[in-house]
Write a protein that binds this ligand. Structure first.
Ligand SMILES: Cc1cc2nc3c(=O)[nH]c(=O)nc-3n(C[C@H](O)[C@H](O)[C@H](O)COP(=O)(O)O)c2cc1C
Length: 171
C-alpha cells in the first residue's frame, strides 16, 4: 500500500507526529509549504483570522500529488477550533485526487472534531481513522498513552471500510 503522509506545522508539534506516523510506513512525511512567515504575535493573529474565517493560505506545491497514493494521511494543527489555512488549501486543491484519507492533528486541547468534520466536507469523503494529540502528548510521544493511541490509529488504517478507531470508541 502506497501511503502519503502530508502535514502543515507552524511550531513543530504536527511535524513530530507526522514523522512518527511516516516512520511506520518506512517513509518521511511531506510538508505543506507556504511563502512568508507566521512567527510572532502578528503571525498568530493572522493564522487565527484565516482559520476561523474559512480562508485558504497561498501554498507552494512542493509536496507530491496525492493521485499516485492509495491512502493519504493529512495532518494539521488546530487553529481556533478549525483547520489550519494551509491544510484547507491543500484539501481544496487535491480533493479529487484523494481516494482514501485519514486525519491527524495536534492541539492545545480542543477543536479536533470540528476541524476533522470540515476536512471530511472539503474532501467529500469520511476519514478512515482520526488521531488527535495534545501538545503534551507530543512531548511524551514515546510514552504509553500516546504510543497506544498512535498504534490504534495505524491499526484502524489496516481495515479499510470499517469505521475509524476513535469513531468506534465514541460510538
Ligand atoms: C492561531 C492559533 C490558534 C489555536 N487555536 C487552538 C484551538 O482552538 N484549540 C486548541 O486546542 N489549540 C489551539 N492552538 C494550539 C495549537 O493547535 C497547538 O499548539 C498545535 O500543537 C500547534 O501545532 P504545530 O506546532 O504543528 O504548529 C492554536 C494555535 C494557534 C497558533
Amino acid at each position: 500500500m502506497k501511503v502519503l503522509v502530508v502535514y502543515y506545522s507552524r511550531t513543530g508539534h504536527t511535524r513530530r507526529l507526522a514523522e512518527r506516523l511516516a516512520q511506520a510506513f518506512g517513509d518521511r512525511p511531506r510538508a505543506i509549504r507556504e511563502r512568508g512567515s507566521r512567527r510572532g504575535p502578528f503571525g498568530y493573529l493572522r493564522s487565527l483570522v484565516e482559520a476561523v474565517g474559512g480562508r485558504e493560505a497561498a501554498i507552494d506545491v512542493t509536496h507530491p500529488s496525492p493521485a499516485g497514493y492509495d491512502l493519504v494521511l493529512i495532518g494539521t494543527p488546530i487553529w481556533g477550533w478549525h483547520l489550519s489555512s494551509p491544510v484547507r488549501a491543500f484539501a481544496r486543491c487535491h480533493a479529487k485526487q484523494i481516494r482514501r484519507a485519514a486525519f491527524f492533528c495536534t492541539m492545545g486541547g480542543a477543536g479536533d472534531r470540528q476541524a476533522f468534520a470540515e476536512l471530511e466536507q472539503l474532501l467529500g469523503r469520511r476519514a478512515e481513522a482520526t488521531l488527535a494529540l495534545t501538545e503534551q502528548d507530543v512531548a511524551d510521544i514515546d510514552g504509553e498513552g500516546p504510543s497506544g493511541r498512535i498504534a490504534a490509529f495505524l491499526a484502524g488504517l489496516k481495515r479499510p471500510g470499517e469505521p475509524a478507531a476513535e469513531h468506534r470508541r465514541a460510538a
